[in-house]
Design a protein around this ligand. Structure first.
Ligand code: 13P
Ligand code: SF4
Length: 324
């Protein structure tokens, strides 16, 4: 039998890494096209290096709502670019690779949610932002991993709650808020690959290193972590730790952001039982070359039927207001 993979270790980043020729070209193009580049924390390092803003789903939703650029290049997955379009019907939103989906969003088809609502019209639907615009349009309020407890805390007390689509995040929020919730049986194919065994091996290899995990991990993995939070909160939490080495149980792109913003620490990407770190295949579909191409061509572009967009905007704006 093969030995389990050793965790990938990322020592502090050398200072002043020069931009590549392709990065310079993308920066010149975005100026020429008056475009803003928004990138999720899981994007590859060279994309993060040309972005105007790098953050979690919540930060990206606020940035998208505030931008005045005529074109938004959204480096993330499809539901994130759709979110930018929902709050910007008059702007062009480009996604470098239209195939960049999300297993979690796919686990909740709008027709199934519509049937659940029909079967019980008293339901109050809280939708994690990792869902399609059509699912958002059927929901009462949206949340992200960064504000889920706050949002659930504001749901009217007399309504039964259906939380979609991530059962792991839903269970975590329900435990933190004490609010019973029906949980949709969806999950993130990447985060559920972390196991207690792999995490304990990483801890044994790095004695004293605290563990930070994303709430999309299973409960058994979250129970081992010292901190469970959204990708954005991970940055602040890692900065505050006295330990010089930290184990990070989320998609490994997060390490690029952490290395830039918490420069003196060593980060260990939590392994799975099969791999020394964990990448989301959808997030990695965007490449810097595709960012360049979409700026040149003005496509692929996100479009939404106005009837869906306008209905989806209501619970999304409710989240942005409740989350302030
Ligand atoms: P964050 O909102 O914490 O960045 O998470 C988004 C995501 O897709 C996690 O898999
Ligand atoms: Fe979706 Fe998981 Fe990828 Fe996040 S990491 S985009 S939840 S498949």
């Amino acid at each position: 039998m093969n030995a389990p993979p050793a965790p990938a270790v990322f020592p502090p980043l050398p200072q002043d890494v020069p931009l590549s020729d392709l990065q310079r070209e993308v920066i010149a193009l975005k100026r020429e096209k008056q475009a803003v580049i928004l990138a999720h924390n899981y994007q590859c390092e060279d994309i993060q290096g040309v972005a105007d803003f790098v953050g979690d789903s919540l930060g990206l939703a606020y940035r998208a709502a505030e931008t005045s650029s005529p074109t938004i290049v959204f480096c993330g997955v499809h539901f994130m670019a759709e979110t930018a379009k929902i709050v910007n019907p008059g702007r062009r939103v480009l996604l470098p690779d239209m195939e960049a989906g999300c297993s979690l969003a796919d686990s909740c088809p709008a027709e199934k949610l519509a049937a659940a609502r029909k079967a019980d019209p008293s339901l109050y639907v809280v939708a994690y932002i990792n869902c399609s615009a059509a699912v958002k349009a059927l929901s009462d309020v949206i949340c992200t991993s960064g504000n889920a407890s706050k949002i659930v805390g504001r749901v009217p007390a007399d309504r039964p709650v259906l939380f979609v689509p991530d059962q792991n995040l839903g269970r975590w929020v329900s435990a933190r808020t004490g609010r019973p919730m029906r949980l949709w049986p969806g999950n993130c194919y990447a985060h559920v690959q972390f196991t207690p065994g792999a995490l304990l091996r990483a801890k044994a290899a790095h004695p004293g290193a605290p563990v930070v995990a994303h709430p999309e991990c299973t409960e058994a993995v979250r129970d081992i972590a010292d901190m469970v939070c959204s990708t954005e909160l991970m940055v602040a939490w890692c900065r505050e730790q006295s330990a010089g080495t930290i184990i990070v149980a989320t998609e490994s792109g997060m390490i690029h952001r952490l290395r830039r913003e918490v420069p003196l620490k060593t980060f260990v990407a939590a392994p799975t039982d099969r791999c020394s770190c964990n990448e989301c295949k959808f997030m990695k579909m965007n490449t810097l070359q595709k960012v360049r191409d979409c700026l040149v061509k003005g496509s692929p572009e996100i479009t939404l039927p106005e009837e869906i967009r306008s209905r989806a905007e209501i619970p999304l704006r409710r989240m942005l207001e409740w989350s302030r």
